[in-house]
Design a protein around this ligand. Structure first.
Ligand SMILES: NC(=O)c1ccc[n+]([C@@H]2O[C@H](COP(=O)([O-])OP(=O)(O)OC[C@H]3O[C@@H](n4cnc5c(N)ncnc54)[C@H](OP(=O)(O)O)[C@@H]3O)[C@@H](O)[C@H]2O)c1
Length: 180
């Protein structure tokens, strides 16, 4: 059994959810809006759609625990979590640590203004977790710079998962003064 778990997988990461659902026999997708979750139900088989607010830490931990119990140990976890939920990632990692011994890859997606060093120091990792940081940058053209499109973000995340590198920047972050 293979299990992918994606948090925030109905917006800019929708294509990542679809890709995971074709690659893994079970894919848990967590977001609040039920309609947007249901729209994903035809994208693959073995979907576990979880309508939940990740700021509700106890409910989040329960959802992770139940997903592992029902669909097997998580192989890959992808998270896009806003900074208004600082307890979410530590709670998720603690719950995975408590409920599975099998190794897993954790892809942590962060916005453009976050420092990768500060992100790395914030998260305490279980020993069987390999962490991969993905930071969203911007694109610079001849005339102007712009933020990434949803397609570029999803493609960049999929490539990062395929590559398995520890650090990925989608687009560019330097020189920071060129940002849109
Ligand atoms: N460098 C860049 O180019 C860059 C960087 C960052 C963002 N952006 C852009 O900014 C836009 C806005 O980003 P966004 O993150 O607000 O929208 P988004 O792309 O829709 O992603 C947010 C995802 O997280 C879920 N979510 C949000 N709050 C949640 C909560 N409390 N509990 C559970 N799930 C939650 C959303 O679903 P629900 O709302 O249904 O819960 C959705 O699946 C994006 O469309 C992207 O293009 C660009």
């Amino acid at each position: 059994m293979q299990h992918a778990f994606i948090i925030g997988g109905t917006g800019m990461l929708r294509d990542v959810s679809v890709w995971l659902s074709k690659k893994y026999s079970h894919t848990s997708i967590l977001a609040r809006n039920k309609e947007r979750l249901t729209q994903l139900s035809e994208s693959g088989t073995g979907l576990n759609l979880l309508s939940l607010d990740y700021k509700k830490t106890e409910a989040l931990k329960e959802a992770v625990r139940e997903a592992i119990n029902m669909h097997g140990p998580i192989d890959v976890m992808v998270t896009w979590i806003h900074s208004n939920a600082p307890h979410a990632i530590p709670a998720i990692l603690k719950e995975v640590r408590a409920n599975q011994k099998e190794p897993f890859d954790f892809y942590h997606i962060k916005g453009s203004s976050e420092s990768l060093k500060s992100i790395q120091s914030q998260v305490s990792l279980p020993s069987h977790c390999t962490k991969h940081d993905i930071q969203l940058g911007f694109m610079v053209g001849e005339q102007r710079s712009r933020w990434l499109t949803h397609h570029e973000i999803s493609e960049g995340v999929i490539d990062a998962i395929k590559d398995g590198k520890k650090k990925t920047v989608i687009g560019q972050l330097e020189p920071w003064g060129l940002r849109p």
